[in-house]
Design a protein around this ligand. Structure first.
Ligand SMILES: Cc1cc2nc3c(=O)[nH]c(=O)nc-3n(C[C@H](O)[C@H](O)[C@H](O)COP(=O)(O)OP(=O)(O)OC[C@H]3O[C@@H](n4cnc5c(N)ncnc54)[C@H](O)[C@@H]3O)c2cc1C
Length: 582
C-alpha cells in the first residue's frame, strides 16, 4: 500500500458520499430552509451556525416571542458528519471551506503544499460537524487569565464552569459514580461520553513510570496526567452543535434558518448601530435582513474577522488599502492563535486482535495527556494526543490525506509499522507565543482572506517545543516500551540525520514533522476587538461570539470552550435585553 492508493481510495469513497448526499438522507434531522422576504425584520440575527452560533440560536429562541434569523453559508451536514467513524471523509469535501494559508517559506515545508490547509466546517454545526470529537475544556488557569485580561471575573473558572455543565449531557455511568460527577452536567443538549479500552492500560503504566499520573477526568479536578479521551458522541451519533442544539428545536416557530447563504456585510447606520446584514443567497441574489435588537457574528476565527473588515471594522491602514470606509479602527484579524503540534510515531509490539470497526463509535483508542515540565505550575505546558493503532492503512490516511506530508515520509512511516502496533502521538504546545493574522485579499466577500498562521514565528515556541518532545520521549525508558522494543521512526526525508537527542536534532525534527492543531482562535479578541460582554468596540448592537474572541487560546481543544462561550453570551444578551427571566 502506498500514499497514492490510499488517496485514490479516499477520493472514491468521497465521490460515493457525494452521490449519497444528493439523496438528502439526513435532511429530516435539520431545520428546514426558512422562507423569508428580502428586508424582513427579526429581533436577533446570528451569522454562522457553528459551535457557538447554533447554541446562541437555541438559547435565544427559548423565549417564544423573540425571533431569531440564523444564517449559515453551508447546508445540511451529510451522513459523514453524523456517523462518528466517518469523520475523515469530511475533509477536502464540499462541507469544508478548504482554506489554504500563505506560504511563509518556513512552516510546512515538508508537506506537499508547503503551507497548511485550513479545514473549517461549512455546514450546520460548523467545525463541530467535522472535528475529531475530543471533548476537552482547558484548565482553570486559562479562564482565570481571560478574567484578568478583560478585568471581568465572570470569565474566571468558577463562573464559566456552570456554563460547561449547563451545555452537557454526560452519559458515562462509571464517572458519574465518582466525585468527578460534580464537574459534569447530565441535563444539557451536548452528549458527551468516554470509552474504557483495555489496550490503554499498558500505556498508562508507562507514562506513570515517567511521572505522569493516570486520571479519570482531565476536564475537572485533575487536569494534569493521562486519560482516555471524552468524545462528543451520544447514542452512536456525532454531537455536532447541529445535532445537539438545532435538531431538538428544529420546529420552533420563532427560529428561522437560512442555509447556503453567505453574509457579505454587516449593515451599520450613521450612528454606528448594527441594523442588519446583507447576504448572498443560494441563487446568487442579494438580500438584506434587519435586526431590531442585535447582530451576532459567529463565523469562526477565520470568517468573523473577514466579515468585520468587509464591514469597515478593522485596522485602519489595511482597510484603507482596500478602499473600505472605516467605521471602527480595531486590531481585527490580529492575534490569531493555534496549538501547533509535532507528530511522533513509535513502533510497538505485535498488533492486538482488533474488535470489528463500529462506524457509530470513535474508531481508535485515544489517550490524552497533559504535562507540566514543572508540576508545581499546576497547569500543563503541553498536550499529547495519542492513538493506539493496529493497522498501517490508518497511518497513511492521516499522513498523506489529512496532513499532506510528502510521500517519501508517509511511505517510510507506513513500511515501518507493517506487522506492528504503533503509537501515533501529536505533541501540542498549549500556550504559544507565536501569533498569526488574517488580512483581506480583496473587497469581494467570496474571495478567501489571507491567512498567516505565524507558527513558530516566535523563537521561544520552537525552543519550548524541543523541551516538550524531549520530556515526552522519556516514556521510551518505561518497562512496557522497552519490553515491546518501542522505536521512534525518524523520517530520512527530514534530513535531520541520526537521532542523537540534541536540541539541534529535535529542532530539525519538529520543523519537519509539524502539524496544525485546528484550534484557530483569538482573531477578534476580548479586550482589543470586543469587550468582555463580546460587544464590538465602537459599534452598538453588534457582538462577536465564537472561538475568535478568546484572548488566549485555551490549553486544550477548543470546541467545548466555544460552546461555553455560546452559552454564556446567550445569558449576557438576555440580561442586556431584560429577557433573562422570561
Ligand atoms: C479538523 C478539525 C478537528 C478538530 N478537532 C477538535 C476536537 O477533536 N475537539 C475540539 O474540542 N475541537 C476540535 N476542533 C476545533 C473546534 O471544532 C473549533 O474550535 C470550533 O468548532 C470553532 O467553533 P466556532 O463557532 O468558532 O466556528 P465554526 O464551528 O467553524 O462555525 C462557524 C460557522 O459560520 C459559518 N460562516 C462563516 N462565515 C459565514 C458568513 N459570512 N455567512 C454565513 N455563515 C458563515 C461557517 O460555515 C460555520 O458553519 C477541530 C477543528 C477542526 C477543523
Amino acid at each position: 500500500m502506498n500514499p497514492t492508493t490510499v488517496l485514490t481510495e479516499i477520493n472514491t469513497v468521497q465521490a460515493a458520499f457525494n452521490i449519497l448526499g444528493a439523496l438528502q438522507l439526513t435532511a429530516f434531522l435539520w431545520p428546514q430552509q426558512a422562507q423569508v422576504q428580502d428586508g424582513a425584520y427579526f429581533d436577533f440575527i446570528v451569522v454562522g451556525a457553528g459551535s457557538a452560533g447554533s447554541v446562541i440560536a437555541n438559547r435565544l429562541t427559548e423565549i417564544d416571542d423573540i425571533t431569531v434569523l440564523l444564517i449559515e453559508a453551508g447546508g445540511d451536514p451529510p451522513i459523514e458528519a453524523v456517523v462518528p467513524a466517518l469523520f475523515l471523509y469530511t475533509k477536502n469535501s464540499s462541507v469544508d471551506w478548504n482554506y489554504l494559508s500563505e506560504d511563509d517559506g518556513y512552516t510546512y515545508q515538508y508537506h506537499k503544499q508547503r503551507r497548511p490547509e485550513i479545514t473549517r466546517g461549512k455546514m450546520l454545526g460548523g467545525s463541530s460537524s467535522l472535528n475529531f470529537m475530543a471533548y476537552t475544556r482547558g484548565h482553570y488557569h486559562d479562564f482565570d487569565t481571560w478574567a484578568e485580561i478583560t478585568d471581568d471575573e465572570t470569565w474566571n473558572w468558577d463562573n464559566v464552569l456552570p456554563y460547561f455543565i449547563k451545555s452537557e449531557s454526560y452519559v458515562d455511568p462509571i464517572l458519574l459514580n465518582t466525585p468527578h460527577k460534580y464537574f459534569h452536567g447530565t441535563d444539557g443538549y451536548l452528549g458527551v461520553t468516554r470509552y474504557y479500552n483495555k489496550e490503554a492500560i499498558d500505556y498508562f503504566k508507562a507514562f506513570a513510570e515517567k511521572g505522569d499520573r493516570t486520571v479519570l477526568d482531565a476536564n475537572g479536578a485533575t487536569p494534569l496526567g493521562y486519560t482516555e479521551s471524552m468524545f462528543t458522541i451520544k447514542d452512536r451519533v456525532r454531537q455536532s452543535t447541529a445535532q445537539s442544539f438545532l435538531n431538538p428545536i428544529k420546529n420552533r416557530k420563532n427560529l428561522f434558518v437560512l442555509k447556503n447563504t453567505l453574509v457579505s456585510k454587516i449593515l451599520i447606520d450613521e450612528n454606528k448601530n448594527a441594523i442588519g446584514v446583507e447576504a448572498i443567497l443560494e441563487d446568487g441574489k442579494i438580500a438584506q435582513y434587519r435586526a431590531k435588537k442585535e447582530v451576532i457574528i459567529s463565523g469562526g476565527a477565520i470568517n468573523s474577522p473577514q466579515l468585520l473588515m468587509l464591514s469597515g471594522i478593522g485596522p485602519k491602514k489595511h482597510l484603507k488599502s482596500k478602499q473600505i470606509e472605516i467605521i471602527s479602527d480595531l486590531p481585527v484579524g490580529q492575534n490569531l492563535q493555534d496549538h501547533l503540534g509535532v507528530v511522533l510515531i513509535h513502533t510497538m509490539g505485535p498488533p492486538e486482535p482488533q474488535k470489528p470497526l463500529d462506524p457509530a463509535e470513535f474508531p481508535f483508542t485515544l489517550l490524552v495527556g497533559y504535562t507540566a515540565l514543572n508540576e508545581s505550575q499546576g497547569y500543563a505546558d503541553y498536550q499529547t494526543l495519542n492513538f493506539i493503532l493496529n493497522e498501517p492503512k490508518s497511518l497513511l490516511q492521516f499522513c498523506t490525506f489529512f496532513y499532506h506530508f510528502y510521500d517519501e515520509i508517509c511511505q517510510q512511516l507506513h513500511d515501518a509499522v507493517v506487522g506492528r502496533q504503533y503509537f501515533f502521538s501529536g505533541i501540542y504546545i498549549l500556550s504559544p507565543e507565536s501569533t498569526g493574522q488574517i488580512l483581506l485579499k480583496s473587497k469581494d466577500p467570496r474571495e478567501y482572506p489571507l491567512i498567516y498562521t505565524g507558527y513558530f514565528s516566535n523563537e521561544i515556541d520552537i525552543k519550548n517545543h524541543v523541551e516538550y518532545i524531549k520530556d515526552f520521549v522519556q516514556v521510551e525508558h518505561s518497562k512496557f516500551f522497552r519490553k515491546v522494543n518501542a522505536e521512534l521512526i525518524v523520517p530520512k526525508f527530514c534530513g535531520c540525520g541520526e537521532r542523537d537527542d540534541s536540541d539541534e536534532f529535535w529542532k530539525c525534527y519538529a520543523i519537519c514533522m509539524m502539524v496544525q492543531g485546528y484550534h484557530f482562535s483569538g482573531s477578534c479578541s476580548m479586550g482589543t476587538v470586543v469587550d468582555s460582554r463580546l460587544k464590538v468596540f465602537g459599534v452598538q448592537r453588534l457582538r462577536v461570539a465564537d472561538a475568535s474572541v478568546m484572548p488566549k487560546v485555551t490549553s486544550a481543544n477548543t470546541n467545548a470552550p466555544t460552546i461555553m462561550i455560546g452559552e454564556k453570551v446567550s445569558d449576557m444578551i438576555k440580561e442586556d435585553h431584560f429577557l433573562l427571566f422570561k
